[in-house]
Each structure stands twice: as C-alpha cells, then as structure tokens.
Design a protein around this ligand. Structure first.
Ligand code: ADP
Length: 446
C-alpha cells in the first residue's frame, strides 16, 4: 500500500505530527507494537511516574499536618493504572477523530522508501516521507547479576507486578531517573541507597543548581559517590549489591535494585537501509528535525537531543510542518525548552543559566519570602533569572523548590518570546501563588 507518510512509533514524537499531516490531507499510516498511543511516556514513563510522585508528595505534605498516616501503595498503583487507561482511551478517540490509520505492530525497514509492518496484520508500505519516532529504552550495563535488577520501566509500567511498597531499594545511577525514583520512594517510606559511579549527580545540569537540590532532598537518602557497582547476587528474597568505594569492596542487602543508568535510542530493524547518520547520542538531525536523508525526519528521544515528551511533541509538529511545506520552514528552538527534574522537591531550568559571561545579569528571589511556600511550609529553594545586560532580555532561569515544574513554564515563555525584564515585571502574577516569586525576582533588578 502506498502512503505519503509512514510514522514509526506512537509516542509524543509521532502522533502530533501524524494528526497534523492527516488533517492537512496527507495519507498517513502509523504503527506501534504497544497498540496504544502515548509511547513510553504514557506506558511506563512520565505519566505513571509522575502519578506516583504526586501521591508521594501529597503523602509528605499530609504527614506534616496529620500524624500517623501511611501510604497505601496498592491503591496508588491502581490509581496510576486508571490514569493510564483513561489516557489510552482518550488517544483511541483521537486516532478516529484524526483519521489516521494505526496498526498494532512493529515496523521493519525493507528498502529506502519501503517498510513492512508485522503485528496484528502484515502491511507492506511504500512511503514518500518517514517520521522515525522510535524513542529510547533503558541502557543496562553489563554487570554480573544485572538480570536480578529492574529498571524504571518495571516500576512504573502499566499493570506492573510491583504493587507492594519495597521496604528497601538500591538505585544504580546518578541521573534524573535515579534521583526522581530515590526521592519518590523515600517519601513513601522505602529505605533508599543511591550508588553513583562518579563524584557528581545530574552531570548534564549546571552544578550550581544541583548543589541547591542536594541540600533540599531528604538527608536520609543515602547517596554514595565514587561507588561503582561490581555485582548483584540473589539470596532467596534478598539481593546483595557489591560495590567498590575507595578501593574497598562493600555490600548492601536490599529488596529491589533499580538500574537507572541512562537510556539509549531504539532503531527499527533494517534501519541501515535508509543510510541515515547516527552518532553516539542518537539519530543526527538539525533544528528542522530532518536527517541527512531529506525525506526522513527523526523527532523525539531517538535523536537524544532533548529526551522529554514536550520536546518530542514540538519536534513532531516541526517535522510535519516541514513535510507539508516541502522545505525547512519551521525549526525547534531547543534553548527555550524547559527541563524539570521531578525530584521531591523538584528543580527546573530553561535557556541560559550561567553568568560566567559578564554580559549576563542575575536576579533571584528566595522561597522563604514567598507566601505560597510559607503556606506549605516549604521554604527551601529559589527562583533565579538570567538577563542580557543592556537589553535586559530574558535568557534563561531556574527554579528550585515548590512548584518548579509549573513556574518554569512562565520563565520559558518569556525566554522563548524574548521578553524583557520590564515586560515581565509589568505582569500581575496572581497572589498568593508562587509565580509571584518570578516577578519579585525581576523587580529586584529594574
Ligand atoms: P518519543 O517521546 O520520542 O515518542 P517514546 O519512547 O515515548 O519516544 O515512544 C517511542 C515508541 O516507539 C514506543 O511506544 C515504541 O513501542 C515504539 N517503537 C519502537 N520501535 C518501533 C518499531 N520498530 N516499530 C513501531 N514502533 C516502534
């Protein structure tokens, strides 16, 4: 069958573009072996992990004012599954509304403009354009006993078997998934150890912001730096994790070991037939999301540039627009895409967040002075903004602490649209909301 566009995968990199192309009259076929839209984000990533995270934060907040409560993890997991089901159903309706042909199956590339879908039915596809939205999967290093470990996918996936709160957990890794999982499960009552290979956590993030986070997270979370894992052994219901520290072998006995050692791009079988360039990070694309092969676009996690659902959505829409116009007319501004680490408490940043250059002016406001932070008694952290000297145009900002994932959007909007400090300061942020900290920070420099 001939289609104008083949979309591989059903995640955030895939369906927004597929829907837009179909609405514009293109014939579109999309396939994913999951048989549901939402990709890994909905099936085992952002949505389920953030459902559990919000419940864990609610638990912490409640505990502060209502003594003697304990979380019902089974109920939390049931709720998580229901949220996922609701969204799977919503996406089913969207497929019908948008008139896209969706097949439950895996795509294999068979030629430079041909592919085969193998699944609930077999379809031979000829296409003019390809959207490669195959995403990423956990990278599990070869450690003896790694088969006894789970990944975040196992913890959060739809209908996971893990329905009893683990009493203890060792998390291997120092990235955002490791830290998020550590703070979420600690808040629920699990004893948490984090084994970090190097001397840093969140290596890709400005360490000034990371230092603030380190002071904010629960000090009972045992983070061990420079502690590479050597082996994981199973003894009955327990796991023994052996790691090295300062040349000495050490052990921790635990119930679960979570490997959070990064993610790697997923490529379909036969991918090499396309001649698309791939680097260590993923499929190479520029801001137009086009690869070196002009009719192949690779939005989302598969290119490894900014592996977040909201970024994948924007990239998918850019790819579809460039397919529609037949040339590069839309581009992703990667520097205005906000990033949040959903730890408890969270941190978030957008744009340029360094003042190493003397052409940058910083403005900040501490949450200890913020009314909403006082209401919740969550006084740690701050809003920090970065402006271009002279023009006072917003270049970037960070938020550490209360409501960071929401507040970063307001800052991101200012950065994306090149707003000046004066324009930001003129906005009447609502009282008594933490957004006031943004305008309070801005007003401190004008
Ligand atoms: P993104 O956010 O970039 O969309 P995700 O990892 O959330 O990334 O989604 C990628 C989706 O692609 C997953 O649902 C996965 O099942 C699907 N996928 C991966 N490989 C194939 C393939 N060969 N054929 C069809 N779908 C695939």
């Amino acid at each position: 069958m001939k289609y104008e566009v083949l979309v591989i995968g059903g995640g955030g990199a895939s369906y927004p573009g597929a829907f837009r192309l179909s609405k514009a009259g293109k014939t579109v076929i999309m396939a994913d072996p999951k048989g549901v839209l939402g990709g890994n984000c909905l099936y085992q990533g952002c949505i389920p992990s953030k459902t559990i995270r919000e419940m864990a934060e609610l638990h912490l907040r409640s505990k502060r004012f209502f003594a003697n409560i304990s979380p019902n993890f089974e109920l939390i997991q049931d709720h998580k599954d229901k949220v996922q089901e609701k969204r799977f159903k919503q996406h089913d309706e969207e497929i019908k509304e948008n008139n896209v042909e969706f097949v439950k199956g895996e795509v294999q590339v068979t030629g430079d403009k041909t592919a085969k879908i193998i699944g609930e039915k077999e379809v031979d596809v000829e296409f003019n354009y390809l959207i490669l939205g195959t995403g990423s999967e956990p990278f599990v290093p070869r450690i003896p006993g790694s088969e006894h470990c789970i990944t975040s996918d196992d913890l959060y996936k739809y209908k996971t078997e893990i329905r009893k709160l683990p009493s203890s957990m060792v998390i291997i890794g120092g990235g955002y998934i490791a830290l998020e999982t550590a703070t979420i499960f600690k808040a629920l009552g699990t004893e948490v150890h984090v084994l970090v290979r190097s001397d840093k956590i969140l290596r890709s993030i400005d360490q000034r912001l990371v230092e603030i986070l380190k002071k904010m997270i629960d000090p009972e979370i045992d983070i061990k730096f420079n502690s590479p894992v050597l082996e994981v052994e199973k003894n009955g219901n327990e796991l023994k994790v052996t790691f090295s520290q300062k040349g000495e072998k050490k052990e921790i006995i635990t119930e679960k070991v979570v490997m959070a050692t990064g993610r790697k791009p997923v490529l379909p079988k036969g991918f090499e037939k396309l001649g698309v360039k791939v680097s260590q990070k993923g499929v190479e694309v520029d801001e137009s999301i086009r690869t070196n092969i002009p009719y192949v676009f690779a939005p989302g996690d598969v290119n490894g540039i900014s592996p977040y659902f909201h970024s994948a959505v924007r990239q998918s829409l850019v790819a579809s627009r460039n397919i529609l116009t037949g040339r590069n007319t839309d581009f992703v501004n990667f520097s205005s895409i906000p990033v949040t680490v959903f730890t408890i408490p969270p941190i978030a940043y957008v744009g340029i967040i360094t003042n190493r250059d003397s052409s940058v002016i910083e403005a900040s406001y501490k949450f200890e002075r913020d009314s909403r932070a006082q209401i919740y008694d969550e006084l740690e952290g701050e809003v920090r903004l970065f402006f271009e000297k002279g023009s006072l145009r917003a270049l970037g900002g960070w938020v550490a602490g209360i409501d960071a994932p929401s507040l970063i959007n307001e800052i991101g909007y200012a950065v994306h649209n090149g707003l000046t400090a004066k324009q930001m300061a003129e906005f009447a942020d609502q009282h008594p909301m933490s957004n006031e900290s943004i305008t309070n920070a801005v007003r401190s420099i004008i």
